[in-house]
Design a protein around this ligand. Structure first.
Ligand code: AHM
Ligand code: MG
Length: 337
């Protein structure tokens, strides 16, 4: 990659001045995520070489078995953020409860909380398929200097200050937004530097890819069944192409570049779908909207949902604006909330 390109570090500094009264706290926070991303990238890359694969034996709050890399990624992100004392609280998909971060003098003035899915799609690790980290940042709502409470984490996605993901793929990328569009940075592993490779990323208005686990078809609501039939019908620019990696970050990333829709609807087996509102859907929805796309539960924007619990799940339809609107139209005609 050309060294003429802007590095992520340079980009963060340059954009900090865009926030008029910025204290630099958010910049420091994104810098810490950048650092943890490089560490986790290193672990993911050597996964095939050393004995860190396989289930660790623990189960997370959703009753799923954790793989060792999930545990490692969780530790790395939490340690990096906690050691730098730049956040007042962290919630992770891998932790039962949120974590309060105290400073050495017990009196820090930090105003941000971070919510994170340290390694999403981790069932793909054993078969060498891309996985990702997803993060979401909010300003706390309780007074600065007091211990964070659940309220600080249960905010509608619309209030996110920043969100992004790291994709550990054929190359490693960090893609994020602070509410002024979406920018993607590719890691040059030889020197450990992220370069701005994808400035101002946008979803094509429509696309030809639909991504859904069709193995669950029989359990889907009628609206989703009808929409899938619509995607498969020979008419106009259809049939569409079906592409499903089973790794949200990778499916989202491809659809943002090529145009497409990702769906994880509710089903008769999972009444709220599978994906978590706070760790997966909200950050992806913020990115989608910032990139000109759309994200919905089939009936309302994901970002408008008032969360009720940390590990809440929601049905998820996300991607190119016109495709999501079409899926919503089918849901509203054939299904109920
Ligand atoms: P995880 O957080 O346990 O890794 O689950 C989330 C993942 C998403 O990345 C992916 O899109 C989805 O689960 C796949 O689920 P399924 O195997 O049911 O299709
Ligand atoms: Mg996940």
């Amino acid at each position: 990659m050309s060294i003429k390109k802007q590095t992520l570090g340079e980009f963060i500094i340059e954009n900090q001045t865009a926030f008029k009264y910025s204290s630099g706290e958010l910049s420091k926070l994104i810098n810490a995520i950048r650092l943890a991303a490089k560490v986790v990238n290193h672990e993911v890359n050597k996964a095939g070489l050393v004995d860190i694969l396989g289930a660790s034996g623990d189960t997370n709050i959703q009753g799923e078995s954790q793989q060792k890399l999930d545990v490692l990624a969780n530790e790395r992100f939490i340690q990096t953020l906690a050691n730098r004392e730049i956040v007042c609280g962290i919630a992770s998909e891998e932790e039962d409860d949120f974590i309060r971060i105290n400073s050495a003098d017990n009196n820090h003035q930090n105003k941000y909380v971070v919510l994170i899915d340290p390694l999403d799609g981790s069932s793909n690790i054993d078969v060498n398929v891309s996985v990702g980290t997803i993060f979401s940042i909010y300003r706390r709502v309780t007074p600065i200097g007091t211990p964070v409470t659940l309220e600080d984490f249960l905010q509608p996605g619309r209030r996110q200050v920043a969100a992004g993901y790291i994709i550990y793929g054929t190359s490693t990328m960090l893609v994020y937004t602070t509410g002024f569009g979406v920018n993607g940075f590719t890691l040059n592993p030889a020197i450990g530097t992220f370069y701005l490779s994808h400035p101002d990323m946008t979803f094509p208005e429509t696309g030809k890819i639909y991504s859904v686990n069709e193995g669950n078809y029989i359990h889907f609501p009628e609206g989703v069944k009808q929409y899938i039939k619509y995607c498969q019908k020979e008419e106009g620019d259809r049939p569409y192409t079906s592409r499903y990696i089973g790794s949200l970050v990778s499916d989202f990333h491809r659809n943002m570049i090529k145009g497409g829709i990702y769906m994880y609807p509710k089903s008769s087996a999972n009444e709220n779908g599978k994906l978590r509102l706070l760790y997966e859907c909200n950050p992806m929805a913020f990115l989608a909207e910032q990139a000109g796309g759309k994200a919905s539960n089939g009936f309302e924007p994901i970002l408008d949902i008032q969360p009720e619990e940390l590990h809440q799940r929601v049905p998820f339809f996300c991607g190119s604006r016109k495709m999501v609107e079409k899926a919503e139209a089918f849901m509203q005609e054939y299904s109920s909330k």
